[in-house]
Ligand binder design. Structure first.
Ligand code: KG4
Ligand code: ZN
Length: 335
């Protein structure tokens, strides 16, 4: 194992983040959230790029300071190449390229979705290969078969909206601010998940679909509000609990199927939606029944962060998987 100190940069969506990892151990992980999007009910790409531009130098400076590492100690720069918003990715990508060029050190490109999976190797307990990872975020919903650190395959995914999008868009219908996922989560804890049954949309194989359920909820709310203008305010907790219950049931249904088909009993969750308390509890309960070993990341490593880019960069660095200065951001990057 080569000794290494790596700076990692994440800028794929609305978090500007930098982390330092030394010999596989994360020394710092600084995240600047962007509040500008709240009023718009979703991430505004142009505003995200501008905020990254403003935040990137302070965030990197702070990450280096917290780790007590100076630029000349760095052995490589890792960065998120994709998937994500082009303008947002460009800020991190261009910065990483310039820094690596200036310091004369290697550049390591990281796939954001692989990094969500590898967040499980920042801390213990670490999953054992092969394992299944349900990666659920604002942009993706995937079941990933993870054979090794850098060997993974998407065996199921959403054919339309991501589950995080379903959370955020239904929150918007309820008049809640962006991002609505954590707010629905909070209301759901006080509500009855069986108050309003929503149908489960079943897709072929290990795939998902979340656009239909969003439409169901839209019509449901429209009809109820016609009868009682105060329906949403009066029933917020029960509505949130019922929506969340339905989304979780859909998610875990296919995880169960994937575990059965592959015979794998090591099950992990990752991505922003894995911060959801209901999902974490439901997975833990299911694990007892199914005799799975489940892995749930610490909250700080669920949503977007550079520590996960750092750990992915670390494994790539060990393999000598470097990229060159011709690299450009890739919004639709696949595994
Ligand atoms: O991984 P992430 O930070 O960014 C992307 O790569 O998309 O995920 C953000 C998504 C948003 O849709 C947000 O609403 C959702 O994760 N999220 C949650 C919770 N915390 C974040 N969804 C449900 N419950 C939560 N507690
Ligand atoms: Zn993400």
């Amino acid at each position: 194992i080569k000794p290494s100190t790596i700076l990692a940069i994440e800028s794929s969506c609305d978090e500007t983040s930098a982390a330092v990892i030394k010999d596989g151990k994360v020394l710092s992980n600084v995240i600047a959230n962007q509040q500008v999007h709240e009023a718009y009910g979703g991430v505004v790409p142009e505003l995200a790029s501008r905020a990254h531009q403003k935040n990137i130098v302070p965030v990197i400076t702070q990450a280096l300071e917290m780790a007590k590492v100076s630029k000349k100690d760095l052995n490589a720069v890792a960065f998120t190449r994709g998937p994500g918003l082009l303008g947002a990715l460009l800020v991190g990508t261009s910065f990483a390229k310039s820094l690596a060029l200036g310091l004369g050190i290697p550049l390591v490109e990281v796939n954001h979705m692989q990094a969500h999976v590898l967040a499980h190797f920042i801390d213990t307990p670490k999953p054992k290969f092969p394992f299944l990872c349900l990666t659920v975020s604002g942009g993706h919903t995937q079941i990933v078969l993870v054979r090794n650190y850098l060997e993974m395959e998407v065996i199921g995914e959403t054919l339309d909206d991501a589950v995080g999008e379903a959370f955020d868009k239904t929150a918007k219908l309820l008049g809640l601010p962006y991002p609505g996922g954590p707010i629905i989560d909070r209301y759901a804890q006080e509500g009855n998940p069986l108050a309003f049954p929503f149908p489960e949309v079943n897709m072929p194989k290990l795939n998902y679909s979340f656009s239909g359920i969003k439409t169901n909820i839209l019509y449901f709310l429209r009809d109820k509000v016609k009868e009682d203008a105060q329906f949403i305010e009066k029933n917020m907790a029960d509505i949130c609990a019922s929506i969340q219950y339905t989304l979780i049931r859909i998610l875990l249904h296919k995880v169960k199927k994937a575990a059965k088909e592959t015979g794998i009993k090591e099950i992990a969750i990752a991505g922003g939606v894995s911060a959801n308390a209901g999902l974490r509890q439901a997975l833990t309960d299911l694990a007892v029944k199914q005799q799975w070993q489940v892995y749930i990341p610490a909250f700080e490593y669920c949503t977007d962060n550079a520590a996960m880019i750092a750990i992915a960069g670390y494994y790539k660095y060990q393999q000598g998987e470097f990229t060159n200065q011709k690299v450009s951001a890739m919004p639709r990057m696949k595994f």
